[in-house]
Design a protein around this ligand. Structure first.
Ligand SMILES: Nc1ncnc2c1ncn2[C@@H]1O[C@H](COP(=O)(O)OP(=O)(O)OP(=O)(O)O)[C@@H](O)[C@H]1O
Length: 269
């Protein structure tokens, strides 16, 4: 049995758990302030909050890119802060990441970019599409079909629109066969129609693969349409943790309104 097999099954229980996590940066800045939360398999959790409220910092704690000042982060049964370098590498292979700026290699074909997602599984670098095993190229084509871009496989990545590039980035992430998908403002640079397409795709793969998704957004309507649960952050604190079915647009907007309310209260004191 490989040590990877010793990790708990992600199909049951909490896949991600934060227990009173505080993160301080020099300054001093408290980016996360006693954050406790959990996320289950197949759940799309949307992080909402003003710029600087701690969304990216929270995401970076899930794959151990940043470690808590205090508190504990457990992901797929791994205590992230206590994990050694090898265990962290193994954990990161099970976590896909989608970025605001897509991070594709612009001069390579769409298909080769998608194949890159399998590098962690293959071990060792590959140079050029023919160096990937046929089964990987076929799997990458299947993933491209899944995101509706099979016909674009042999174009250069930089010939696609932003929305298409983000769908390619999702196909690349799926080549990892991840159990967790982190998305940091994945639609921030897209038009409204492409934004809905990308969020619909994220929601679809989460359901189909029982993926746990943590996704930061600035658009409340997208959060309410495609999320299962909204976690609102304000100055590093969780101010809302509610299923989408139980909130409306005004409730969600209150995450932002808190700033005004608190400022008014402070000014009155
Ligand atoms: N490496 C760092 N060093 C110092 N301060 C940091 C660092 N990373 C983040 N911060 C600070 O922590 C706070 C939270 O930042 P974070 O990037 O997590 O917010 P965010 O909600 O993702 O913002 P945005 O929506 O603009 O991306 C901010 O005050 C930020 O300036």
């Amino acid at each position: 049995m490989s040590s990877n097999d010793q990790l708990p099954d992600a199909s049951t229980g909490d896949v991600i758990r934060f227990d009173t996590v505080t993160k301080r940066f020099p300054g001093p800045v408290t980016a996360l302030d006693e954050v406790s939360l959990s996320a289950r398999a197949g759940e799309v959790v949307v992080l909402l909050g003003l710029s600087g409220s701690g969304k990216s910092t929270l995401l970076r704690h899930v794959d151990g890119l940043q470690l808590p000042t205090s508190g504990a982060v457990e992901v797929l049964g791994v205590d992230v802060a206590a994990a050694g370098a090898r265990e962290l590498r193994r954990l990161r292979r099970r976590i896909g990441f989608v970025f605001q700026q897509f991070h594709l290699v612009p001069t390579l074909t769409v298909l080769e970019n998608v194949c890159h997602g399998a590098l962690g599984r293959l071990g060792g670098p590959r140079l050029g599409l023919p160096t990937y095993p046929k089964r990987i190229r076929e799997e990458a084509l299947d993933q491209l079909d899944r995101v509706g871009l099979g016909e674009r496989a042999f174009q250069r990545a930089d010939t696609l629109s932003g929305g298409q590039q983000q769908r390619v980035a999702i196909a690349r992430a799926m080549m990892q066969r991840p159990e967790v998908l982190l998305a940091d403002e994945p639609v921030a640079s897209l038009d409204p129609e492409s934004s809905h397409q990308v969020m619909e795709l994220i929601s679809k793969v989460a359901t189909e693969e029982k993926l746990t998704v943590l996704c930061s957004l600035h658009q409340v309507d997208l959060a309410l349409t495609w999320g299962d649960r909204i976690i609102g952050l304000h100055t590093g604190r969780v101010v809302m943790d509610t299923p989408v079915s139980e909130i409306d647009h005004a409730d969600a907007m209150s995450i932002y309104a808190k700033v005004g309310a608190e400022s008014v209260a402070e000014a009155a004191e």
